[in-house]
Ligand binder design. Structure first.
Ligand SMILES: [Zn+2]
Length: 113
């Protein structure tokens, strides 16, 4: 059984740029996605990382310690750096609890981390 798709590219940046599909401005991750919706990316035998965190690091800059990368578009598998914002965990959680997911509606899909 094939569990993970073979990804194009070798560097982290290439992997992000070559393995997404643009949908309504979002860069939807085409690789491995966790059951909770987050795109994941692993290198060699290393531990997998969140694809959106790698996208932010590669295309925007380093993520300050203790901060989390939030999806402004609420698509957890989106890796478009323009849709990513570094926030504190408190901000991320309060946004989630206010149900700012207008496009999809507040149907309980979004779970606070
Ligand atoms: Zn997006």
């Amino acid at each position: 059984m094939k569990r993970r798709r073979r990804l194009k590219g070798s560097t982290p940046r290439e992997r992000i740029m070559l393995n997404h599909k643009k949908v309504n401005g979002c860069w939807m991750w085409q690789g491995w996605t966790r059951p909770d919706g987050y795109g994941m990316l692993a290198f060699g035998s290393g531990r997998p990382s969140y694809a959106h965190r790698i996208a932010y690091t590669e295309l925007v800059g380093p993520i300050p310690p203790g901060l989390t990368v939030d999806h402004l578009c609420r698509n957890k598998s989106c890796v478009n750096p323009a849709h990513l914002e570094v926030v504190t965990r408190a901000v991320n959680t309060s946004r989630a609890s206010k149900g700012l997911d207008r496009r999809r509606g507040t149907n309980g899909q979004f779970l606070a981390a």
